[in-house]
Design a protein. Structure first.
Length: 176
């Protein structure tokens, strides 16, 4: 996401409104996952006198299970917005390749955002598309830079293939 934000800043683009909120939520979800891992499985064993998280699981299984539940919740939330739980692939200059639907972000029985089905491939945002799309504050599917900035990479579709790794949730060829 940092690379996208750097390009947006260079182009004078600003992501606002619900897209900015989704980006913040993605950051917060990553923090939940990361902090649960570090607090419960890396730091707690040191503080409580265990050699490792595995050793702590024998004596304090409740703490390890709580940490794993929090980490799982963070991973599920990141996957729902970012496309996969580790190193999200759904953020692009100007927004997202695909915005999750409300149903995909609704809590599952275990209390986490877990889509009931695998989401469709990212939308190209083309006219007439019925798939969810993303936009900037101007309603455009690209960055809100002046037309006098034709060299802005955010003004044209990404040139890279968006095929995902074998373990990822979304697969497919170029999105635009």
């Amino acid at each position: 996401m940092s690379a996208c934000q750097a390009i947006e800043a260079a182009c004078g683009a600003e992501v606002t409104g619900p897209l900015r909120d989704l980006r913040l939520l993605l950051y917060y979800d990553e923090w939940i996952e990361s902090h649960a891992l570090h607090v419960y499985l890396l730091h707690a064993p040191d503080f409580l006198g265990y050699d490792s998280g595995v050793a702590m699981a024998a004596g304090r299984r409740d703490l390890v299970e709580r940490g794993l539940q929090l980490k799982k919740a963070g991973n599920e939330l990141v996957a729902a917005i970012g496309g996969r739980p580790i190193h999200p692939v759904n953020v692009r200059v100007g927004g997202f390749y695909r915005v999750p639907s409300r149903r995909e972000l609704a809590p599952s029985p275990n209390g986490c955002a877990a889509p009931a089905t695998t989401p469709s491939p990212p939308s190209s945002g083309s006219p007439g598309s019925t798939a969810p799309t993303w936009s900037t504050a101007t309603g455009s599917s690209r960055c809100a830079t002046p037309a006098s900035t034709p060299s802005c990479p955010a003004r044209s579709p990404p040139a890279t293939d968006t095929a995902r790794s074998p373990g990822s949730r979304w697969r497919g060829g170029p999105t635009t």
